[in-house]
Write a protein that binds this ligand. Sequence first.
Ligand code: R1P
Ligand code: URA
Length: 276
Amino acid sequence: MEVSLMARSAQDPWQDGTPPHLPAKVGTLPPVCLLPGDPARVDLASEVLADFEIVGQNREFRIGVGRANGGVPVAVCSTGIGGPSTEIAVVELARLGVTTVLRTGGMGALSERIAPGSVCAVTRAVPGSGAAAHYAAPTGGREADGAVLAGLREGAAALGIELAEITVATTDSYYLGQGRPLPGHEARAAARMAELRQLGVDGVEMETETVLAVAGAMGIRAGAVLVAHANRATDDWLEDYRPAQLAMLRLAVHSAAALSATPEPDATRGPGRGRH
Ligand SMILES: O=P(O)(O)O[C@H]1O[C@H](CO)[C@@H](O)[C@H]1O
Ligand SMILES: O=c1cc[nH]c(=O)[nH]1
């Protein structure tokens, strides 16, 4: 029997509606998908979604689907850490048929007003990630979608969760890129910290800009709800991170259910949605 070694196109290596990275098939995921960086947060979502099932895992991409109150299906897909894997997740989700993505992540607060454990809705991410630069102009902010932001505000009010509205810097680096002083590189770290403060943003993390820029280019809606794991101004680190993550996930699921009622973003926004 002859075996073809070239069944797929290298230019676009999808096969039978299945992408090269995400463990899912076109048309099988609900329209709204939460995007934690950490694959373990996909499993944590089982505490706030009914009938939760893991769809699959490949590399850092773990996908689960469950039901919000009222039975609305919601997907959760981990992006891994940083721009490159996040770009892959958002592109493949858009082409799988997802129309709204909501990052549910962690960050380091830069502003003293954001205590560790605070739940925050991102209004804007400033450019800093290499992957995002392929999808949006190198300058200017990446804005969260208005409907996604409104969904988070309404959800927070309904659930009694205090929601801070923040701006973030997204970077491809956790240590020197976030001004963490590595031995022998203290001056470089201090200079980077000063640079981050100069940006005037409330927090720093590693995926939001990419989510917003890539989703925008793919014509799907995007936003981000983040919990502060740390505060760099006060040098506080939250040891028991689980309750804050659960509060964030509860809010994200509530908002996702509301956004599912209007799953279609403006059809004129971009070219990539649902194409595979
Ligand atoms: O908690 P997640 O969503 O992974 O996000 C944050 O945590 C990771 C760094 O520890 C980076 O991915 C950063 O953005
Ligand atoms: O300090 C932090 C905490 C969480 N995530 C980050 O990227 N930085």
